[in-house]
Design a binder for this molecule. Structure first.
Ligand SMILES: Cc1ncc(COP(=O)(O)O)c(C=O)c1O
Length: 456
């Protein structure tokens, strides 16, 4: 019998996160205060985040201790299994060795609790009682609801309206964990009311929901804001995925991988699998390692968005961050991969892309569902529409190996299950899933709002 699952024992779970900022060849451009345009300091962020997280956001230390309380919760599902996709390899008739880290084993069903638990912990430490957040497809809102419940915090989730309608069970699972979830834009905030006045039928976007959650947190002393992706500390918490994967690959008798891949929304699960491996590339130990982010053609932030300073939200309440962006006013098409509908990209990933350390590729919704179905029929797991983007990318790379005969080692992050996404699969099977088209004019139009902003 050939091994399929490569497992680590609980005692072998990593006790530190990896901070790639320590190994960057060129430092990142700093976030800027939206008013003064000067680099933001810890005090600027203090109304929204606890100091424990702000320090991590700015830290240059290579390894950061994972608190015991956080590791205690992680043991509910971590270390997560690394699978050798033998059945998919066979179906593709490829000599490539395909491995995937399966993050769908977490109770909320995705990689998101790796940071939700850490964020809830640091907020609790600082005496915060309530956390406000946004969610796209609902995976992040579910993860934060789960984490807040464990640390006895209230949780308020603004869910992008199109996903709220597409995935009705998401609200119920958040309520099962004790959280409150409402569709965004909502009449509860000034930001929401303004957008509803302009377009009462808007499908919403992550940028809009972020504006609402930030406004909610900024207007109450007992409440902080929490972001499920993009920021340095969020990417940091996700590196436990790649650190475990590296140990598991060694256990499987493999050298460092040739290709590391992840789907890309704001960049957190991608960074989680990629950054610990990218370290070896940055240090020159495996300079030809390819690191590839997979995104949707309808929200092509990395492949078509320019590298500019822009706001993280739609209304302009956050600091200006140097990132690949489609413009903070961009409202992506109503694709089912709601977690990938974000106008910006993590500043760390954008910087590494600008430095030529990683690549990005974009896929259409239909070809991603086709890949997800092929994966389900060989590996058994029905994955989230977001995850299907990386599966598309991996299958394409594995097919190239079939042509060239190369036995490349490909490792990817399988970020979550699709059990709440069955309406999307239903639409795909009944031929009702639409392909959306994206025009260059949309970018040009949105870029006008960035005129006069600093350029990194
Ligand atoms: C299952 C899944 N994968 C990927 C993503 C994309 O987010 P990120 O790029 O931060 O990993 C999401 C976001 O909601 C998600 O739910």
């Amino acid at each position: 019998m050939q091994p399929i699952k490569i497992l680590l024992e609980e005692k072998d779970m990593p006790d530190k996160w990896y901070n790639i900022q320590a190994d960057l060849k060129v430092p990142m451009p700093p976030p800027l205060h939206p008013g003064t345009r000067q680099p933001v300091g810890p005090q600027d962020l203090a109304p929204l985040f606890p100091m424990g997280l702000i320090q991590q956001e700015m830290s240059q230390d290579r390894w950061i201790e994972i608190p015991d309380e956080v590791r205690d919760v992680y043991t509910m599902w971590r270390p997560s299994p690394l699978y050798r996709a033998r059945r998919l390899e066979k179906a593709l008739d490829t000599p490539a060795h395909i491995y995937y880290k399966w993050e769908g084993v977490s109770p909320p069903g995705s990689h998101k609790p790796n940071t939700a638990v850490a964020q809830a912990y640091y907020n609790k430490q600082e005496g915060i009682k309530r956390i406000a957040t946004e969610t796209g497809a609902g995976q992040w809102g579910t993860a934060l609801s789960f984490a807040c419940n464990l640390f006895d915090l209230e949780c308020m989730v603004y869910m992008v309206r199109i996903s709220f309608d597409q995935k009705p069970y998401r609200k119920a699972i958040m309520e099962a964990y004790g959280a409150k979830c409402i569709p965004s834009p909502s009449p509860h905030t000034q930001a929401g009311r303004k957008i509803l006045e302009q377009d009462p039928d808007t499908p919403g976007s992550l940028g809009i929901a972020i504006s609402e959650a930030v406004e909610d947190a900024a207007s109450r002393d007992d409440t902080h804001y929490s972001l499920g992706s993009v920021l340095n500390h969020v990417l940091l918490h996700q590196t436990i995925i790649g650190i475990e994967a590296e140990r598991q690959l060694q256990k499987a008798g493999e050298a460092l991988p040739d290709i590391v891949m992840g789907c890309f929304g704001g960049g957190s699960n991608f960074a989680g699998i990629a950054f610990p491996f990218m370290r070896y590339k940055l240090l020159g130990e495996k300079p030809d390692m390819r690191i590839v982010a997979c995104e949707p053609t309808t929200c092509p932030t990395l492949t078509r968005g320019p590298y500019r300073y822009d706001f993280g939200d739609s209304v302009g309440m956050t600091p200006l961050m140097a990132m690949n962006t489609l413009g903070h006013g961009f409202v992506p098409a109503k694709i089912h991969a709601g977690g990938l509908r974000y106008h910006g990209a993590a500043p760390l990933a954008s910087h590494l892309l600008a430095q030529g350390e990683m690549e990005a590729v974009a896929f259409h919704q239909l070809e991603c569902f086709e890949a997800g179905v092929q994966f389900a029929r060989s590996e058994g797991f029905v994955t989230a529409p977001e995850t299907n983007h990386v599966i598309r990318g991996v299958i394409n790379e594995a097919l190239k190996c079939r042509e060239s005969g190369e036995e490349k080692v490909i490792v990817f992050n399988c970020s979550g299950h699709g059990n709440f996404d069955m309406t999307a699969y239903q639409a795909y099977f009944s031929g009702q899933l639409e392909e959306h088209h994206f025009s260059e004019d949309q970018i040009t139009q949105n870029m006008q709002a960035l005129e006069g902003f600093p350029v990194p």
